[in-house]
Design a protein around this ligand. Sequence first.
Ligand code: 13P
Length: 282
Amino acid sequence: MALVSMREILNDAQKRKYAVGGFNVFNFETLGAVGEVAEELKAPIVLGVAERLFKFVDVETLSAAILCAAKKSAVPVALHLDHAHTYEGVMKAIRWGFTSVMFDGSAMSLTDNLKRTKEISNIAHSLGISVEGELGYINCYRPSEAGDDENLIKLDIVADFVAKTKIDALAIAANRNHGACKNEIQLDFARLSQLSSQISIPLVMHGGSKLRKEDYRDAIQAGISKINIATDMSLVAAEKLKSELTTSPNANYVHLMSVVKKGVKDSVRKYMLYFDCISKAM
Ligand code: 13P
């Protein structure tokens, strides 16, 4: 129970065919919301903190709070660095006690991405920390943009990347579509299944906010073991603030914090239901 590496959590999800929520948190309200719902629903969780948050929030202090909450939690919790693009960011997270890091070298050349990810994997693994890697354009989404198929990464290259870097999980990007509304996206489940049958490690779906309910189910069937949600955490919080201030313009900040937390909890509950991770905490 409590604070664990991401590998431990994802291996169980892969084995029992459900997806763990990779929820990005950025303050007490979002941390409390995800942590409380996870305990209520007995669901393992990955708490993500994006490297880009370092610019806005004192992540050293935030991660100390997350670690404190994780250690007290009745469910397995991994603290994960999301989308790190720098070596420094990864090293900071390791120093602050993260149990998992993602190195996103997808914008680099394949050679540089492989070299960097392998280096980080060696260091992280020697400290018992899990690593998520990301390749470029794997394309598990349709329709592809014109010309993009030329850049499509072949499945044998993916398998080679996984074998050489020894990463614990591989991110599948939602094709430049992280973020708000993406009803128009068609996931290519056949390609996703093909990919998951080629490699043994769990696959992670990025860009998980606001997909169709059936997409989550089909993605899990096709081999996805973690689904990342970040945009919706922030959008729901902002929507709750706006609507509460419309009906109660004199509301104080402590009250607003509780309204935000309740709204985020409802959203997290909905995603956990879609991910089929309820009662999976061991
Ligand atoms: P969304 O922006 O769709 O929530 O995806 C988040 C994500 O993939 C973070 O890694």
